[in-house]
Design a protein around this ligand. Sequence first.
Ligand SMILES: *Cc1c(COP(=O)(O)O)cnc(C)c1O
Ligand code: SF4
Length: 452
Amino acid sequence: MEGVKFPAYSSFHAYSKSHFSQIRQLKTLSREMRFAMRVVATALPFRVNQYVIDQLIDWDNVPDDPIFQMTFPQPGMLSREHFEEVATLLKSNADNKTIMNTVHRIHMELNPHPAEQMTLNVPMLNGVPLQGIQHKYRETVLFFPTQGQTCHSYCTFCFRWPQFAKEKELRICIKEGLNLHEYLKGHKEVSDLLVTGGDPMVMKSSSLSRYLLPLRSPDFDHIQTIRIGTKALTYWPQRFVSDNDADELLFTFEKLVKSGKHIAIMAHYNHWREMETPIAREAIRQVRNTGAVIRAQGPLLAHINDDKDVWATMWRKQVRLGMTPYYMFVERDTGAYRHFKVPLARAWEIYQGGIQQVSGLARTVRGPSMSASPGKVEIQGVAEVKGETVFVLRFLQGRNPDWVERPFFAKFDPDATWLNHLKPAFGEERFFYEEEFEAMRTRREKKNKLDY
Ligand SMILES: *Cc1c(COP(=O)(O)O)cnc(C)c1O
Ligand code: SF4
């Protein structure tokens, strides 16, 4: 690709709900459909950029196009009652305050904080809760840099929707990097730092390097791996190719690799169509040239990728482009979940149906996995044991590392879509980890009360 230029979209341009009328392609859609999109975008976050609109969405296939489903508001994302409520307000030109109050109440009914991220995972430094850091599994610390809490486009199914929905003032926290470094220094059991968001790739390269380059010092020898969770390879591959500071970004990756760190770009992909454009492929090549590896992960979603062949094609293409398929997630029980959820039984069939079609190099992907409060729980399959149909489950990650890789069993339920719908098999009262998990939770609640 030497010499290939990418002149279009050299500068980033995004639309939000107030700019619907400026999106040329929407003009061909029916009036009803455009109104429905406005209704949903009033209640849930919306942001899409010109590259996604022009290069990724197949407008001849709207509304079924998976990339359209992934980025534009869909009527099914709200319940009928919520939809009607907002529609009525918009039709009657209700004032902003009335709309915001209704929207706020709707948000509260959409399970805005699943898996207790807010309360259970925030660590302490010198007795003070550390904003921007989560530490749930022994080996891995999550870091949410303030400047990386938005994305180049928003996914309609995103479980982080509450943070995008809030018109929050950007909390500039200069101490954040220092906190991160101090915390990591004191936790030698941590081998992985996972920088996440939003999308940390919306940050300037200089900010990212300020956080990451100090990790080359001997104080951080225990940090073997730096992972960066991103969907920029899909939504804004220009970030790695033609943005003003793309070179600086790639150089930062290279420096970290040279210093002996493993750099893993945790690329969020939902469909093989995301990696078809020349610039998306160039971005993958550029990242790989630095010595970083790309691991691919993403949720299974109705209307987008609930099809074994879509996954098989995606995994094959990822391997071919030099990426490692890593996780297939189950969509979390929050936000627009109603539109995207897939029953666990069906999720496993899709995973199995996809895996059966690919070679061993693509079978590195694990799943379908639920990131639930006690840990990441994988559905290993459906089996008959002593006349009872059961789900076979295991922890891929647990709040207690000792839970990992212990098979356990739940009654088969064709409609269950999340861990809390499952009941233990064989007439047992509780799953093996539940008592201990309850105790952890109680301990943490007491501690929170003391601290605040
Ligand atoms: C998924 C996840 C990790 C990383 O787990 P791996 O299995 O090592 O990829 C770390 N912390 C949290 C909170 C997670 O959800
Ligand atoms: S890129 Fe990730 S964080 Fe951003 S909207 Fe999509 S799923 Fe959410």
